[in-house]
Design a protein around this ligand. Structure first.
Ligand code: SAH
Length: 354
């Protein structure tokens, strides 16, 4: 048993069962042994590979979307370029390289990263050596200027609560001890303000997930955009309307039991884009599959251009990476893109309705 599992057990013995979001917060962010506070978690050597780690083309397309939107809203002279949860900083490197073709954009930009883990911050500083970067705790610390922000696989890592419906009320998932072992069970609950609206579209036994952190952060992003303008691109796996238990743990590229490798496995859940869009309070686009978004931004043309300099295994890998990012059987349909923007401003490129 990991030291973190022992700590959690001791805490439950002393204080009683823990809400699931509190468990997830400790498992992912305990300062000494939490998953994201440790090393390494990303890439082939870690536990999972994210889109920016698959190919440079992903970050390049985000850079292009920012460049286009900057022009669409009249090329503001100061702006905040931000990423939420940048991991190893790989995507921001690709975004900045792409934006390098528009020196006026880069000259106007304050780069602000929002990252909770000190170890990840150190990796990001290393990857972005040569750029002037600052870190912020949350969006309320952004400079008061138009925003160009991206969050890839950030919202899926935020701790969430789970509720199970009875005939007339809700029970909440808790982590406790059953026969001395960590286990989850459902306890009577006062519910949550969001659940009232869900009585209409759920039945007894249905599970609904609620992520308060996601709501809080998107409300901050939305406030910023409503006041200062700009664009936030939110990319993650999930859907418009959440229903069911979507929590999963991944350890070394394999699905794992939630309590098996606490502190060594990633715990995530599907993102409820509807909740995000509605808490932002600014304009939002329709939800778009990642593959469609990348195609509209020209990823295939870019892939062909890069392929000209490749051969053998490198070429095969490049073709596979393009497929992995865009094909509906791979990440192309599971992952979705939602943009937040200012009411009355143009709809961001790649996300217009057909
Ligand atoms: N965007 C990266 C990494 C995704 S993993 C990629 O696509 O590769 C999630 C990242 O979000 C990690 O860097 C994690 O440390 C960070 N993170 C999670 N919750 C956070 C929070 N509440 N505040 C700041 N950073 C957070």
């Amino acid at each position: 048993m990991s030291s973190l599992a022992r700590d959690i057990k001791a805490q439950i013995e002393a204080k009683g069962p823990m809400r699931f979001d509190d468990f997830m917060r400790v498992a992912l962010f305990d300062p000494k042994a939490g998953y994201y506070t440790q090393n390494p978690v990303f890439g082939a050597a870690g536990d999972f590979i994210t889109a920016p780690e698959i190919s440079q083309m992903f970050g390049e397309m985000i850079g292009l979307a920012f460049a286009q939107y900057w022009q669409d809203i009249g090329a503001p002279e100061t702006l905040c370029l931000s990423e939420l949860g940048p991991g190893r900083g790989v995507m921001m490197v690709d975004i900045l390289r792409t934006l390098g073709r528009i020196p006026r954009f880069l000259k106007s930009a304050n780069i602000v990263l929002i990252e909770k883990s000190p170890l990840r911050q150190a990796e990001q500083a290393n990857a972005l050596d040569g750029f002037e970067i600052t870190w912020a705790n949350d969006p309320s610390e952004w400079p008061q200027t138009p925003l160009f922000c991206v969050a890839n696989e950030f919202f899926d890592a935020l701790p969430l609560r789970q509720f199970k419906r009875t005939q007339t009320a809700w029970r909440e998932r808790h982590v406790g001890l059953v026969g001395g072992m960590l286990n989850t069970y459902w306890q009577p609950s006062k519910g949550h303000a969001d659940l009232e609206a869900r009585m209409g579209d759920t039945q007894e036994g249905d599970i609904v997930e609620v992520c308060d952190d996601a709501r809080k952060i998107t409300a901050q992003i939305g406030d910023h955009i409503s006041t200062h303008g700009g664009l936030a691109l939110i990319i993650d796996y999930g859907d418009w309307h959440s229903l069911g238990d979507t929590v999963q743990a991944v350890h070394r590229h394999r699905t794992s039991q939630i309590f098996e490798n606490i502190g060594q496995s990633d715990i995530t859940a599907h993102v409820d884009f509807e909740a995000i869009a509605h808490s932002a309070g600014c304009a939002f686009t329709r939800l778009c599959p990642q593959g469609v978004f990348l195609e509209r931004l020209g990823i295939t043309t870019r892939a062909q251009k890069l392929a000209q300099n490749l051969e053998g295994d490198a070429l095969e890998e490049h073709i596979a990476a393009h497929r992995r990012l865009t094909h509906p059987d791979e990440m192309g349909a599971l992952f979705k893109v939602l943009a937040l923007y200012q009411e009355g401003q143009p709809v961001p490129v790649g996300l217009q309705d057909d």
